[in-house]
Write a protein of this length. Sequence first.
Length: 308
Amino acid sequence: MERRTSGPSRRREPRLKHRRFGAFAALLLLCAVTAPAVDAAERDDVRPPARASVLYVSDYGNNRVVTLPLGRGSQGLLPADGLVRPTGLAWDRAGRLYVADTGNNRVVRLRPDGSGQSTVATDGLSRPLGLAVDAAGNLYVADSFNDRVVKVAADGSGQTTVPTAGLLHPWGLALAPGGDLYVSDFVNDRVVRVPADGGGQTTVPLTGLSQPTGLALSAAGDLYVSDSGNDRVVRIAARTGRQSTVPFTGLSSPLGLALDQYGTLFVADAFNNRVLRLPPGAPQSTVDSTGLNTPTGLTLPPRTARVA
């Protein structure tokens, strides 16, 4: 793949941390390179998760999606075909899993056990990253190298571009219950909100962000952001608008986020090749895993989905 170029007005070099941005640029550009296949022992271990308390992780550097039990059980491998550098993950209400197959410039859809794989009908994607699905089943895709977010209608009527302004490499997506869409605008060091009612885009009042990536919303509307350039996760409270730093320690380029129904926050600690969890009022711990290589996207199945 050739490096994507952009005009002088788009480079914004004085605002970037060159070392960190270079690392992320390399990560994205590696999407087109075929990684070594998972070895035979791992292929023999293809199985659905044993219970509903499971975290799905896009294991970017290994071209796979793995399942990590949050209770008893062992790590599993989702038997998806042909993934290259997977990133974003999202569920629909029917319990189907969507995977941003970033290196193949596509999104695939599967059942929780990996069966019934199909490619979502999209047009012209270039390095898709974050995904979100609304209550009606419409799919939203952060079409990163095209600097846009696209919406793929559930009724099959086709793809449209979400009305945003000035995005540069959008990464993470999150949908509020009312339909407002949050987008992490990676190069512009901000998170924007696109209201469901068609009103104009606004910037979420967060301070000090550097290369934001993953997003998550709590049931109360609190917004969590992986502030990857600062190796931290921040929270903005829905009720007060107050920004705070979530008490994780030792993060190195945090990416995907996920929240469970009890308020436990999970983060893909990408350059440490691990996933961390932080329950309310308790210290962080590492989710048991084997062989992760740059974990990127995280998702928990909806409570109505069958995963076994």
